[in-house]
Design a protein around this ligand. Structure first.
Ligand SMILES: Nc1nc2c([nH]c(=O)n2[C@H]2C[C@H](O)[C@@H](COP(=O)(O)OP(=O)(O)OP(=O)(O)O)O2)c(=O)[nH]1
Length: 129
């Protein structure tokens, strides 16, 4: 499978938003960044905005790419962008996921992330500190 999956590292007040997957069974309970596949003809940043609206019900503005290209087991590439809430008072909701959580730098290592996301943690820790 080829293509790009984008993720959004939404940062607010020194914490990043993580969400807990509820499916498929081998991913259930693991944590990831909101996001999904980039659709044909869609820019990566537009996909970040669309996925955050669909999955969390919030409007975000994407920032810069962190961590580079992360290979996924299915042959796709994961690219994670920083993002900020357009309205800092809006609260992301777990529309499709089991839970969402704001994570501080010191808590990053506590979560069972999806494998590909582990490579992002050093960059994220630096961003949040
Ligand atoms: N969204 C997201 N997907 C990730 C992350 N890390 C990681 O390995 N993935 C993988 C899991 C999936 O194989 C793939 C994207 O899955 P998805 O379920 O979020 O994407 P999607 O909504 O567009 O998928 P689909 O329903 O169209 O099949 O990327 C991450 O941090 N965020």
């Amino acid at each position: 499978m080829t293509g790009v999956v984008v993720g959004a590292a939404i940062i607010r007040a020194g914490r990043v938003l993580a969400q807990q997957r509820s499916f498929p069974s081998e991913c259930a309970g693991r944590w990831e960044f909101p996001g999904g596949r980039v659709e044909p003809g869609e820019s990566e940043r537009a996909a970040v905005v669309r996925e955050c609206h669909e999955e969390l019900g919030v409007a975000v503005s994407p920032g810069r790419l962190i961590g580079g290209d992360l290979p996924l087991a299915n042959g796709m590439v994961l690219r994670v962008y920083t993002a900020s809430l357009d309205d800092p008072a809006s609260e992301p909701a777990a529309v499709e996921h089991r839970a969402v959580r704001w994570v501080a730098a010191s808590e990053l290592d506590e979560l069972p992330w999806l494998d590909a996301d582990l490579a992002l943690l050093p960059d994220l820790r630096a961003l949040l500190s």
